[in-house]
Design a protein around this ligand. Structure first.
Ligand code: OSB
Ligand code: MG
Length: 376
């Protein structure tokens, strides 16, 4: 039994080292909800990956804050918690709000790993000692700047380059990149920027030998992605559309995609992420771990998740320094010359969370405490 004594939630504000542009907008700094669980002298953390605006999905930090404060944290403090895997049951009555739920559930898994004195990766069922890494490169002001960025990331060792794209920033970009680097693993991510009128246009990308095209159509669609997948050779990868194991099953069954991006926040926590991983593995569909511009807290959790066996393609989990002047964990996440991150073997997440640094960045906070327990 995991007895939670106190639950702290806080918002930190952190400027990004480089602005990040997708088809839905530019992010220059992050407002991030962090949760912290105190239990019998141990401390565990979770990060909510909801954005500043409801543009990637319908959640945002302010909705996550209110749901956490009024619905989720009270259920966590009142509930009987056996393990991280028992948390989704406590939250079942609350519909949606998966990113908010994930932050709390993942903190409980982090706590459970500490109690069991094992690594979080081991607790989740991970087997990989290192994880293969790629980078997601935002839309750039000019093609020249994009080419420079790609050169830098390849030099650093990253195994796969993913280009954010949108109408007007696609074919000519892929063509220029392929001309200079004919053989690299290259993919694109549209974040739902295309429509049915674009099918013929998207079909012309087959010539660029992309590893995958991520979420070209509507964020909530399977059917039209399956129509598109019939028309193109390039593998479709779904990100936004996959909210849970059932969605993964439906998408695989309808042949809406051949690859799945798993983001633990998008599916509501480690339990569902493992379920999506397993259902994809059983059906021969490779997965990879997506990123949401996380701080070290969420990044450490992504590394642990990526150690599961079917995370066979390079993920969007990359070095702290690509996002932050100074991360909030120690050591910060680094990537080897081979483009790999070592999966920590120490107890818990394997990283130290820098509380003093977090205090400096905190702009609001709220604490809930457990009611006095009756001990036998
Ligand atoms: O679609 O994968 C995405 C960032 C914010 C919102 C959505 C996405 C992304 C990324 C960045 O691609 C991945 C990362 O480096 O964290
Ligand atoms: Mg994506």
């Amino acid at each position: 039994m995991l007895n939670i004594d106190a639950f702290h939630m806080r918002e930190i504000n952190m400027p990004l080292a480089y602005p990040f542009e997708t088809s839905f907008g530019v992010t220059t700094g992050r407002r991030i909800l962090l949760v912290e669980i105190e239990s019998e002298g141990l401390t565990a953390w979770g990060e909510c990956v909801a954005g500043e605006h409801p543009y990637y999905s319908d959640e945002m930090i302010d909705t996550a804050w209110i749901i956490t404060e009024t619905e989720l944290a009270p259920r966590l403090l009142d509930g009987e918690i056996e393990s991280g895997g028992s948390v989704p049951g406590l939250f079942r009555q609350v519909r949606g709000h998966r990113m908010a739920k994930a932050a709390l559930e993942n903190a409980v898994w982090d706590l459970e790993a500490q109690v069991e004195k094992v690594s979080l990766a081991h607790l989740l069922g991970g087997t990989r000692k290192v994880i293969p890494c790629g980078v997601s490169i935002g839309i750039q002001p000019t093609l020249e700047q994009l080419m420079d960025k790609i050169a830098t990331e390849l030099e650093a060792g990253y195994q796969r380059i993913k280009l954010k794209c949108k109408p007007g920033w696609d074919s000519h970009v892929f063509e220029a990149v392929r001309k200079r680097w004919p053989d690299i693993l290259l993919s694109c991510d549209a974040n739902s920027a295309y429509r049915m009128k674009d099918f013929d246009h998207i079909a012309t990308w087959d010539q660029f030998n992309l590893l995958m095209a991520e979420q070209p159509l509507w964020y909530d669609d399977f059917y039209f992605h399956s129509m598109l997948q019939k028309r193109i050779k390039t593998a479709i990868c779904l990100d936004e559309s996959i909210r849970n194991r059932r969605d993964a099953l439906a998408a695989i069954d309808m042949a809406s995609c051949r690859i799945i991006n798993i983001k633990v926040g998008r599916v509501g926590g480690f339990s569902e992420a493992i379920a999506v991983h397993n259902v994809a593995e059983e059906r021969g569909i490779p997965v990879w771990c997506g990123g949401m511009l996380e701080t070290g807290v969420g990044r450490a959790h992504n590394i642990a998740l990526s150690s599961l066996p079917n995370f066979s393609l390079p993920g969007d989990v990359s070095a702290s320094a690509r996002y932050w002047a100074q991360d909030i964990i120690e050591p910060e996440v680094t990537v080897s010359k081979e483009g790999e991150i070592d999966v920590p073997t120490g107890v818990g997440s394997g990283f130290k969370v820098l509380r003093d640094r977090i205090e400096e960045l905190t702009v609001r906070r709220h604490t809930l405490r457990a009611k006095a327990r009756v001990t036998a």
